[in-house]
Design a protein around this ligand. Structure first.
Ligand code: SF4
Length: 283
């Protein structure tokens, strides 16, 4: 039976489909939950701290202010299920916060935030491309000294080896395309700031890179539609399987796709019943 394709495509969905079509299906179409991970939650925390930093006046964007922003962001996060579900011990929480602080301090080794002119923080943009709605959240959009747009994406994981850099830039080229569609201007530069190393990878978008990302996203969308029509999402075993939340349902590891689909249906109908009960109680 044909499946309903997702309504939007984002850089993370493009990467997920490319990495493994079956894991993409479980996450995006069956909407099976993925357990919280300390790495992802630390990324959320550090992004929130840097977002707060850039709401301050330029002269106030010091290391001390950034650490206060980190404290405030943690106060907001610590009651969120994304953090609570990690169930960290006191020692693990201390290590988690030490590492988040290291990432925030490393940020200052990459650039001087007092000279940054942000015009958008955690900026959600979308645009239509060949029958699909592209959607992305830009960590920071800023103006350079010439008044040109610059897209900045923070990364809290390690930088990829040099030979994989172009692939990693696909995400920021996607954001550049969204800027072109929304503002009628192509950014002069797109930057990835790898806070763990720390390392900056940047490039200048061009006609060629814009056409390249349009072609790539169009091809991925066609492949997603085809896979949905045929209900044919294949596993693609790789090192990522070690971290995959859906391994138990994966035929490459002796699981059954149908079982994952069944669990997804059950969870979605339980969520609908809970929503209806909440709505009824509110009346
Ligand atoms: S275990 Fe590996 S092959 Fe199977 S769904 Fe997950 S990432 Fe794909």
């Amino acid at each position: 039976m044909a499946l309903e394709p997702p309504r939007t495509l984002s850089p993370s969905k493009v990467a997920a489909f490319t990495d493994c079509a079956l894991a993409f299906r479980f996450a995006t179409i069956d909407r099976l939950p993925e357990p919280a991970s300390p790495w992802a939650t630390k990324g959320t925390l550090v992004h929130a701290a840097l977002e707060r930093l850039f709401t301050l006046e330029p002269a106030g964007r010091t290391v001390a202010a950034a650490l206060t922003c980190l404290d405030d962001a943690f106060t907001a996060l610590r009651l969120d299920p994304e953090y609570v579900d990690l169930r960290l011990s006191i020692e693990e929480e201390a290590a988690f916060l030490d590492d988040a602080e290291r990432l925030v301090r490393n940020y200052f080794r990459l650039e001087d935030p007092t000279s940054v002119r942000p015009i958008g923080l955690e900026l959600m943009l979308d645009a239509e491309l060949g029958g699909v709605r592209l959607r992305g959240i830009i960590d920071r959009l800023e103006l350079d000294d010439n008044g040109e747009l610059v897209v900045v994406d923070y990364k809290t994981g390690k930088a990829p080896p040099e030979r994989y850099e172009n692939g990693r830039l696909d995400g920021v080229h996607f954001y550049s395309l969204l800027c072109e569609r929304n503002f009628g201007r192509r950014p002069a530069r797109v930057k990835l700031l790898y806070l763990a190393d720390p390392l900056e990878i940047s490039t200048r978008p061009s006609d060629q890179s814009s056409r390249g990302i349009e072609r790539k996203v169009g091809a991925i969308w066609s492949a997603v539609e085809r896979a949905c029509e045929r209900d044919d999402f294949r596993p693609k075993p790789s090192r990522l399987c070690d971290y995959c939340a859906f391994r138990v349902y994966c035929p490459a590891f002796g699981g059954e796709i149908a079982e994952g689909v069944r669990v997804g249906v059950e969870m979605r109908s339980a969520a609908t019943v809970a929503d209806l009960a909440t709505a009824a109680a509110a009346h």
